[in-house]
Design a protein around this ligand. Structure first.
Ligand SMILES: [Zn+2]
Length: 472
């Protein structure tokens, strides 16, 4: 999960109406499972899986736990790319009655680097303090991994037989800087092992609280696509004392000025439409009316313009592009021969790199500025919000936390979901941990999860896995 998860919702919720749902505690798992869930979280957090260490050791530890819990060795496979032996993944298959294609659960094992001197506690020791568990990965996302491992062990102990196979893939290299992404590797080289009817990821915190009240539960169906361009202009150069009309720095700067004042057209997806319609019930007054008008078909353009003044709604309403790096010239006293800039874009699902590039060219409006695509984007389609999926998710969420709104959401960042979605497996992020809108520690210092929130997430995960393993 990318850290912007938290910024987004922290800011989204500023100035909203009070929630109707007081944070009454949700149900806990049985005491043995609560204890086991905490033990597993401790093992996961205390096994360093930053990119320097890799995930193979932890993948093997999970394998050992599951074998000890009665899983057949043949149903658990630890796999790493031949050229990245430390970037291991573990795939476990919980066999069902064969009624339909399996359901896949995803969890990444890698974590972002954390330095002891930056933290108030050791980031690689699970520390309980004032109702919180501190440690790297307690939110992103060893909490989800641990809850999933605990659930597998509990289901096995209870003798549960699902309608269809449950596959759990604990994977490498989701976080930036990784070079052997697990889901990508598994899909490319062992597709049959994780092929599924749908996938559920438990990355991050699915649910947001505000002022100690449950606000809403997020059902992620889609994400924006990350794509980067470089623009460049050249000019004759020369002595700094003799400036002429053709200057690469001014060309690029002027082009960027035009880009700054440009807005891509409003684009709604099934998810963002549903999202605004639901959020309209949670926001007060004018914003609520604008959200309703944007969710209408066709969307109200004036309402979209007003909502777009909020950075976070703007990002939900359109493809965005922004200048993030700039360089040019070669000497203080020389005319520049070259200037370039990086333009970083987040495309709406359905938008294309070709369309965005053509739009940038048109807006730059200077044939002497060239544009190149840095790398082909990994775009992913929106996963459908089917009535069956929505009903199942709502039933699980409401069995845990009655009355909480379940809001479909498009992420503006990217996750591993893009790999399974683009491979044709509808994927939903449904992490079951509640966290305050102002919490913003994933990837940062003193990352933590509420002890109560974590314990409840163990029970939630158990209920979710059972519900999702039902035949269609
Ligand atoms: Zn994550």
């Amino acid at each position: 999960m990318k850290s912007i998860h938290f910024y987004f919702y922290a800011l989204l919720i500023v100035g909203v109406a009070p929630s109707l749902f007081a944070a009454t505690p949700g149900p806990l798992p049985p005491a043995t499972d609560q204890q086991l869930g905490r033990e597993i979280l401790k093992e996961l957090v205390e096994t360093n899986t930053t990119h320097a260490f890799g995930s193979t050791g932890l993948a093997k530890a999970i394998e050992r736990r599951l074998v000890a819990a009665g899983f057949a060795q043949k149903d658990i496979v630890v796999l790493a790319p031949a050229d990245h032996p430390t970037k291991g993944n573990v795939v476990v298959r919980y066999r069902g009655k064969g009624k339909g294609k399996p359901v896949l659960f995803l969890g990444h094992l890698d974590v972002v680097e954390a330095k002891r001197e930056d933290w108030s506690v050791d980031p690689f020791i699970l520390t309980e303090r004032d109702g919180w568990f501190y440690g790297r990965g307690t939110i992103d996302m060893k909490n989800g991994d641990a809850a999933l491992v605990e659930t597998l062990i509990r289901l096995k102990r209870e003798g549960f037989v699902p309608d269809r196979d449950i596959i759990c893939a604990f994977t490498a290299d989701e976080e930036p800087g990784g070079d052997a992404n697990g889901p990508d590797f598994l899909l490319m080289s062992h597709r049959e092992m994780i092929d599924a009817d749908l996938a559920i990821n438990l990355d991050g915190n699915g649910a947001v609280t505000k002022d100690d009240e449950r606000f809403y539960f997020r059902l992620f169906t889609s994400e924006k696509t990350y794509v980067t361009y470089t623009i460049e202009a050249t000019s004759p150069g020369g002595h700094g004392s003799l400036p002429g009309p053709d200057n690469a720095i001014y060309r690029v700067a002027d082009g960027l000025g035009r880009l700054e004042s440009f807005k891509f057209p409003v684009m709604l997806t099934a998810t963002t439409r549903a999202s605004f319609a639901q959020l309209a019930k949670l926001y007060p007054g004018k914003e609520s009316a604008d959200m309703r008008a944007v969710a209408a078909s066709p969307p109200d353009v004036a309402a979209a313009d007003r909502l777009s003044q909020t950075v976070l709604f703007n990002a939900q309403l359109r493809t965005t592009c922004v200048a993030t790096l700039i360089s040019g010239g070669h000497a203080e006293n020389a005319l520049p021969q070259r200037a370039k800039a990086t333009i970083q874009c987040r495309m709406m699902p359905g938008d294309t790199a070709e369309n965005v590039q053509a739009t940038i060219v048109r807006v730059l409006n200077d044939p002497k500025i060239t544009i190149t695509l840095d790398a082909p984007p990994i775009s992913s389609p929106e996963s459908p919000l089917t009535p069956q999926l929505t009903e199942r998710v709502e039933a699980v969420v409401h069995s845990m936390w009655p009355g909480v709104p379940v809001v479909p959401v498009m992420a503006t960042w990217f996750t591993d979901d893009r790999h399974t979605r683009s491979a044709g497996i509808p994927t939903y992020d449904l992490a079951g941990v509640w966290l305050d809108t102002n919490e913003n520690r994933a990837h940062g210092r003193d990352e933590r999860v509420g002890v109560r929130a974590y314990d409840e997430s163990i029970e939630y995960t158990y209920r979710l896995v059972k519900a999702m393993s039902k035949a269609n």
